[in-house]
Design a protein around this ligand. Structure first.
Ligand code: AMP
Length: 190
């Protein structure tokens, strides 16, 4: 079973690459951002709670995010593996994920990090925001706050997964196809 974390700042291309990996390796793709947006659209209690955090570009609290993620994994008992996109984003989420997987005799196979400069990402996100209408993609201040959240809370995961020998960084500023090819090669060898 291959369990992959797609890692990187907002706009780095995690969702785009998840589509390729999901097809190639028959994996279940779980994007916590997408699950939150689905809950907001359907005005569930979880969505109502998460909305203010997301609109400001802040992380949603760990406890609810972890519980939500575990619920999503549990929906697919026969999966050949998972792509975690946008999760974990804090050390506490990563520890909870390791504990949850090991309870089910599973483990993370690799963390694939898409590295892109923040200035390139701002331009990408503002352009995506015009099409998607996402509030958090339309305002440079909110985008910069998401980077600040990443740098403070998510970047420490680089050391966390490097210590486990599971961290693979790739240059995410290249073409979608070139990145997909490199990621596929890495996942093939797991
Ligand atoms: P994304 O679509 O991955 O860029 O996520 C959009 C927003 O959803 C983030 O800015 C956070 O507010 C929230 N979010 C998504 N995943 C997480 C997570 N693992 N932990 C906390 N908040 C999250």
């Amino acid at each position: 079973m291959k369990n992959i974390i797609l890692f990187g700042k907002p706009g780095a291309g995690k969702g785009t690459q998840a589509v390729f990996l999901k097809e190639s390796f028959n994996l279940i793709h779980i994007s916590t951002g997408d699950v939150f947006r689905y809950n907001i659209k359907n005005q569930t209690p979880l969505g109502v709670m998460a909305k203010a955090f997301m609109d400001n570009g802040d992380l949603v609290p760990d406890e609810v995010t972890i519980q939500m993620l575990e619920g999503e994994v549990a929906k697919h008992p026969n999966a050949a593996g998972f792509i975690f996109d946008g999760f974990p984003r804090t050390i506490s989420q990563a520890e909870a994920l390791d504990a949850f997987l090991s309870k089910n005799n599973l483990a993370i196979s690799a963390t694939l990090a898409l590295e892109v400069d923040e200035d390139i990402l701002v331009a990408r996100l503002l352009s995506r925001g015009k099409d998607s209408g996402r509030a958090d993609d339309q305002d440079e201040e909110k985008i910069r706050n998401r980077f600040a959240e990443y740098n403070a809370k998510t970047a420490p995961l680089i050391d966390f997964y490097s210590a486990q020998g599971k961290f693979h960084a790739v240059d995410g500023s290249r073409s979608i196809e070139a990145i997909a090819e490199q990621l596929t090669t890495i996942v093939d060898q797991l």
